[in-house]
Design a protein around this ligand. Structure first.
Ligand SMILES: [Zn+2]
Length: 343
């Protein structure tokens, strides 16, 4: 089968690899119908050191089950399923608490040669990991279902972590797919005013469609002043940090209202959490982290299936698996927000 392998920064190849197959009795084998490239894939794309064996890529997918191991009971061959960006057993104490990202048997796609930018994938702990769609959706709906693998559920985690409540004011740092989905999630949770910080008109247009009321195109200090102006001088009670750099975190901490909350979901690109003073002196709570997507999929799935939210709008291009290297380049150069990959 074909799969995507990254060998070094800027070096992504689609190669013929050994076919995915069942290994443990708790596995499922899934034929991937929809995958995509993630903003977090761009970090290694910019910085990964050269390796001989490379690393399988892709952690978001929707597909159809081809086969299951003997111990799998909740999904079966032929089922259309969504996978979260980590696998989890669904039965340990952390899974039962809804923190599937800390599962005692969990893991990340890409390890064990099972990336999702591929034709097929072996899914560990199929009962705990996969969510059965239970419908036969059209293409547009499938794009939205794919966002439940990561970006929409992660944007939702940012909004939940930032304690977005009905009627509140929210600021969103980041205009990538997660930031845009953060806008949609904040709107869904009843935010009255949603300010997005972003400069790219194609992105902010989608943000407005998703419910953003204000767009702040300035950067750095000017952006902070602008958000303060828009919020009566104090800042926003809920801030979604959807980038993960030192600068974006500084902006998020600074535009939070005293006593407010930053929900952070951007994968940190700095070893230290900066700006301790800014958060300490104004009692800013910092919450969030890696999103326990598996806990959110069942909550969000019905609304996606009914078409009440359309997070699939973040996909502004569709490519074949053979075009994945070009997809990375285009996304990295900001020519596309997020490419959908059809194997
Ligand atoms: Zn678990």
């Amino acid at each position: 089968m074909k799969a995507t392998v990254m060998y070094a920064a800027g070096d992504v190849r689609v190669e013929e690899v050994a076919d995915a197959r069942l290994s443990d009795p708790t596995d499922a084998l899934v034929r991937i119908t929809h995958s995509c490239i993630c903003g977090s894939d761009l970090w290694p794309y910019r910085s990964m050191g050269a390796t001989e064996d490379g690393r399988r890529m892709g952690h978001e997918f929707v597909g159809v089950i081809e086969d299951v191991g003997a111990d799998v009971t909740t999904v079966a061959a032929g089922d259309l399923v969504i996978a979260p960006f980590m696998w989890s057993d669904g039965s340990c104490d952390f899974c039962r608490e809804g923190l599937h990202t800390s599962c005692r048997h969990g893991g990340f796609w890409g390890n064990e040669d099972n990336g999702a930018q591929a034709e097929a994938v072996r899914v560990p702990w199929a009962d705990g990991t996969l969510v059965r769609v239970g419908a036969e959706p059209d293409d547009a709906l499938l794009a939205s279902l794919l966002t439940l693998s990561d970006v929409f559920a992660t944007g939702h985690h940012a909004a939940v972590s930032a304690e977005v409540t009905p009627g509140t004011t929210v600021a969103v740092v980041g205009d990538g797919a997660v930031g845009l989905c953060g806008v949609l999630a904040a709107k869904r949770l009843g935010a009255d005013r949603i300010i997005i910080l972003g400069r790219h008109e194609d992105r902010t247009a989608i943000a407005r469609e998703f419910g953003a009321t204000d767009v702040v195109a300035q950067r750095g200090r000017e952006a902070v002043h602008r958000v303060r102006d828009l919020t009566g001088g104090d800042g926003a009670p809920s801030v979604l940090e959807c980038v993960g750099t030192s600068d974006s975190f500084a902006t998020a901490a600074t535009i939070a209202r005293p006593g407010g909350t930053v929900g952070r979901v951007g994968v940190p690109q700095d070893a230290k959490l900066p700006h301790a003073d800014a958060t300490f002196m104004r009692n800013i709570s910092v919450r969030g982290g890696v999103a326990p997507v598996r806990a959110y999929i069942p909550q969000l799935l019905p609304e996606v299936l009914e078409g009440r939210v359309q997070p699939g709008r973040v996909f502004d291009s569709t490519i074949g698996l053979d075009e994945v290297a070009e997809g990375y380049r285009a996304m990295n150069d900001r020519e596309t927000i997020k490419p959908l990959v059809r194997p």
